[in-house]
Design a protein. Structure first.
Length: 254
């Protein structure tokens, strides 16, 4: 009887270790994507600004090249989101990894817009935004982790807010188009859109953590491709929170 109890205790201990390693694994994968995006977003402007200063006569062509790269990256992101999901479902680890890393590269290129024109303000602001984002992500992840059952209601509200935010973006664009004189660089509508989107992403972060926990406990996450898929989900949550907070801080400081 004592021997059986020892086996049960050993199995429980092994299960806890395995679960802990699963969390470490998925967050390491997430951190890799963040490192790539943040590194490119800061490094790329330095590269292009150096090239333009070193070759003033070719500055216009270099700047155009950067714009083209931005356009390609924005289009590629939509394709890569589909690829990450489809490859993960099929259990294709290499394809999921490649799609995820390419998405991180594209996101880094798009984020370079923030640093291209005012590095003096953007860099310290980005560091502050990153710290705030870490705290916000941790709080929402803990809510998702500690909540029993599921948080489908968070997902529904979050998706509803995202849709509403996109509608506000369209309305804001139309107002700027037809009433340009009444719009400045940053308007009250921009604030509304930013905070609506931020709340939506925070709710979705809690939902994603709750879903990961439930799937992990149910033994539904067995392949590396699914770990990459969840790392991609957490990466997207974090990076979108970061961008929104970064925009708020930049707007308030400028």
């Amino acid at each position: 009887m004592e021997f059986m109890q020892q086996n049960i205790d050993a199995n429980k201990s092994q299960s806890k270790v395995s679960t802990s390693l699963a969390y470490v694994r998925v967050f390491l994968y997430m951190a890799l994507g963040l490192a790539i995006s943040c590194g490119i977003s800061i490094g790329l402007p330095y590269l292009f600004l150096y090239l333009m200063s070193a070759n003033p006569s070719a500055a216009s062509g270099i700047y155009t090249t950067w714009i083209v790269i931005l356009a390609i990256s924005s289009i590629a992101q939509f394709i890569l989101i589909f690829l990450v999901n489809s490859k993960a479902i099929r259990g294709k680890s290499v394809g999921t990894w490649v799609s995820y890393l390419l998405y991180a590269v594209c996101m880094g290129i798009l984020m370079s817009v923030f640093f291209m024109f005012d590095l003096g303000i953007a860099l310290p602001t980005f560091a502050t935004a990153f710290g705030i984002t870490c705290l916000a992500f941790l709080v929402m992840a803990l809510i998702g982790f500690l909540t029993k059952g599921n948080l489908n209601i968070f997902a529904n509200i979050g998706l509803g807010l995202l849709f509403g935010g996109m509608m506000l973006v369209f309305v804001n664009y139309m107002l700027m188009l037809f009433m340009p004189a009444s719009y400045g660089v940053w308007t009250w509508m921009d604030w509304v859109i930013t905070f609506v989107m931020l709340i939506a992403i925070l709710l979705i972060t809690a939902y994603d953590m709750n879903r990961f926990k439930n799937d992990l406990n149910a033994g539904a996450i067995q392949t590396d491709s699914l770990f990459v898929y969840y790392a991609f989900s957490f990466y997207c949550d974090f990076i979108y929170i970061l961008i929104r907070i970064f925009i708020v801080l930049l707007a308030s400081r400028r």
